[in-house]
Design a protein around this ligand. Structure first.
Ligand SMILES: C[S@@+](CC[C@H](N)C(=O)[O-])C[C@H]1O[C@@H](n2cnc3c(N)ncnc32)[C@H](O)[C@@H]1O
Length: 175
C-alpha cells in the first residue's frame, strides 16, 4: 500500500488532502478484522483505494459506495482506481447519495470541507447510529465539538492514525 499511497499523493492529490498513510493502514486493518460487507466512503480519494483493495481481496461479497461533493474529485478517484485495476462501481455525488438507502456496516467520514462535514454531521450521526463510524480530522476541535454538541455519541481517538502533522481519526460510538 505504501507505493500506491506515494503514487496518489504525488501524482493525484496532496499529502494534507488525502488521508494519512497511518489512517489508510489502520482502515485496512480494521476491515480485515471486522470484515464489513457494506462500506460507505464519504470523501473519495485514497480511502476509496483502501476500501476497494479490501473489497477485491475479500472472500465475501463487499459493497463499497464512494461519495464526493465534487464531480472533478470523483473523476480523479475513478481514474486512480482504474489505474490500479479496482472496482469503479458506486462512485456517486453526495446529492445522489442523499436519496439512496443507507444500510452500511462501516461509515468513513471525510467529505468536502470541514464546514460541510459539520453541517452534515446530524444526518451522518443519525444514519450511522447502528454502525461503526470513523471520522477523519478528529484532531480539529470543531469536528469534535460538532459531535459533543449533538449529545448523541462519544468519541474515541484512534491514536494509531496520528500522522506527522498531528492529524488523527476517531471512532464515534453511541453513549
Ligand atoms: C479530505 S478530502 C478527502 C480525502 C479522501 N478521503 C482521501 O482519502 O484522499 C475532502 C474533499 O476534498 C476534495 N479534495 C480531495 N483532494 C483534494 C486536493 N488535493 N485539493 C483540493 N480538494 C481535494 C474532495 O472533494 C474531497 O471530498
Amino acid at each position: 500500500m505504501i507505493d500506491e499511497y506515494h503514487d496518489y499523493i504525488t501524482r493525484v492529490s496532496q499529502p494534507h488532502m488525502a488521508i494519512s498513510l497511518e489512517a489508510a493502514q489502520f482502515l485496512h486493518l480494521w476491515c480485515q478484522v471486522y470484515k464489513p460487507q457494506r462500506i460507505v466512503d464519504l470523501g473519495s480519494g485514497f480511502s476509496s483505494y483502501v476500501f476497494r483493495h479490501y473489497q477485491q481481496k475479500s472472500k465475501n461479497r463487499v459493497t463499497v459506495v464512494s461519495v464526493d461533493d465534487n464531480q472533478e474529485w470523483l473523476k480523479r478517484t475513478k481514474n486512480f482506481l482504474q489505474q490500479h485495476y479496482l472496482s469503479t462501481e458506486h462512485l456517486i455525488l453526495y446529492d445522489k447519495f442523499l436519496a439512496k438507502p443507507k444500510q452500511f456496516d462501516l461509515w468513513f467520514y471525510d467529505l468536502g470541507s470541514i464546514s460541510t462535514r459539520i453541517k452534515e454531521m446530524p444526518k451522518i450521526l443519525q444514519w450511522s447510529r447502528d454502525a461503526f463510524l470513523i471520522m477523519d480530522d478528529a484532531h480539529k476541535k470543531r469536528m469534535r465539538k460538532s459531535i459533543n454538541m449533538l449529545n448523541m455519541r462519544r468519541i474515541h481517538a484512534l491514536t494509531r492514525t496520528t500522522d506527522s502533522i498531528g492529524r488523527f481519526a476517531a471512532l464515534v460510538y453511541p453513549e
